[in-house]
Unconditional design. Structure first.
Length: 135
């Protein structure tokens, strides 16, 4: 599974570290929503994304796209998404090569591109969850 680390604004991180467990759980829920939406972009586009999406030949690779349940480790919320399972080594290979892909709009960086694109959506997606927890 490829790993991406997305760090938000330093102020947001400091605030998240100081807020209680309920807010971290809310941030985890929002992060999971962000991960699911990002995975959907990787599979089918959308959200204004115009880059490459996951190639499809038999559908096996696309079916392995998965967002793990959030983990809270101390004051850190961890969201992990990727293409997993028996095809994970194949997923890395396909992610990095430039080849003739059959599916229009598909190609390399089919996860990195959507993650980079969706970075700007982290706050708009996560903040409503946190706001509800603060009420």
């Amino acid at each position: 599974m490829s790993a991406f680390q997305i760090l938000g604004a330093a102020e947001f991180q400091r605030n998240l570290a100081n807020w209680g467990g309920a807010v971290r759980k809310a941030a985890a829920a929002g992060g999971y929503e962000w991960g699911e939406r990002t995975m959907a972009v990787s599979k089918d586009g959308g959200e204004g994304y115009s880059g490459n999406i996951v190639p499809v030949d038999t559908g096996t690779l696309m079916s392995t796209g998965h967002v793990q349940k959030p983990r809270i480790k101390g004051k850190t919320v961890i969201i992990t998404l990727g293409y997993v399972g028996p095809s994970s080594k194949y997923a890395v290979f396909v992610h990095e090569i430039k080849a003739n892909y059959r599916r229009p709009g598909s190609g390399p960086d089919y996860l990195r591109g959507p993650v980079d694109h969706m970075k700007k959506q982290i706050t708009p997606i996560v903040w409503p969850h946190i706001r509800r927890a603060l009420k």
